[in-house]
Design a protein around this ligand. Sequence first.
Ligand code: 8Y7
Length: 277
Amino acid sequence: MLLASKTRSLDLSRPQVMGILNLTPDSFSDGGSYTDRDVALRHALQLVLDGATIIDVGGESTRPGAAEVGEQQELDRVVPVIERLRQELDCWISVDTSKAAVMGEAVHAGADLINDVRALREPGALQVAADSGAAICLMHMQGQPRSMQQAPDYRDVTAEVTGFLRERLVACDEAGISRGRICLDPGYGFGKSLEHNYELLGKLGRLHELELPLLVGMSRKSMLGQLLERDVHQRLAGGLAAHLFAVSQGAQIIRVHDVKEMADALRVWQKATQYKG
Ligand code: 8Y7
C-alpha cells in the first residue's frame, strides 16, 4: 500500500515512523523566533537520523483541557519551521492542525501531509485540504479537547469509530479527495476511557474494513500511564508494546516521541516477522 501527496509517495509495505515535533511553548519560547527554528530543525534532523520518515509539526496543544491557540499564533509557530525543514530535509513533513488557513499555508511552505485530529470538520478545512493536494490523516475524536475526557460514552467503540471515519470518507469523496491520499486513525485518548482505548487497540484490525492505511499514536499517553501507574516520562516500554501490537494488527504509520527506541523495536519485530510461519 502507498500513501500519496502531490510530490511524494510513502511505501507502507513496511511500518513507517512519524516523529513528533512539538512547537507549543512547553518546548520552545513560542515557536516563532530564530533560535526556536534552529532548535526545531536540529530536533527534526535527529528524528530523521533515528529512523523517522515523517516529521509531524504541531503548534496547537490538543491535550485534554489545553487552551485553544489563535490562527495567527499557530501560523507564526508552524509556517517558518516548515519552510526551514523543507529546505533542509527530504522526508515527509506533516502539519498537525485543524485550521483551514494553517493547512493552506503549511502545504504552501512544503508540508506533504495534513494531520487533523478533527478530521476536516472545521470551517473551510475540507476544501482547503482537497485543493492542497496533500495527503490527509483523518482521526476520530469524541467531543472537543477541552472536555473530551469528562464522560466518554459509546455503545460499541470500534463500530462507532469505524462509522465516524466512514462518514468522513464520504465527505472527502464529495470534496474530490482521492482515497490514495488518505490514512485513518482511531484517535487513542481523544474522548475515550481507559477501557475504550484498549478495546479499540485490541480490535484495531477491524478498521481494515475501510481499506485504507492506519496511523496510530499512543506515545506517552494516559492509556499507558493509568494502566501502569507511571508518569509521562516512564511510559516508553508501555508505548513500545502498544505500538508493536498495533503494527502486528496491520497499522502502517506509528506516531511517537521516542523515534530511536521505536525504530529499534520495529527492526527486531520485522527481522523475526521475515521468518514467521
Ligand atoms: C494524535 C495526533 C495527537 C494521534 C494523530 C499527543 C496531534 C496528543 N495525538 N494525531 N495528535 N493521532 N493522527 O499526546 O493519536 O500526542 S496530540
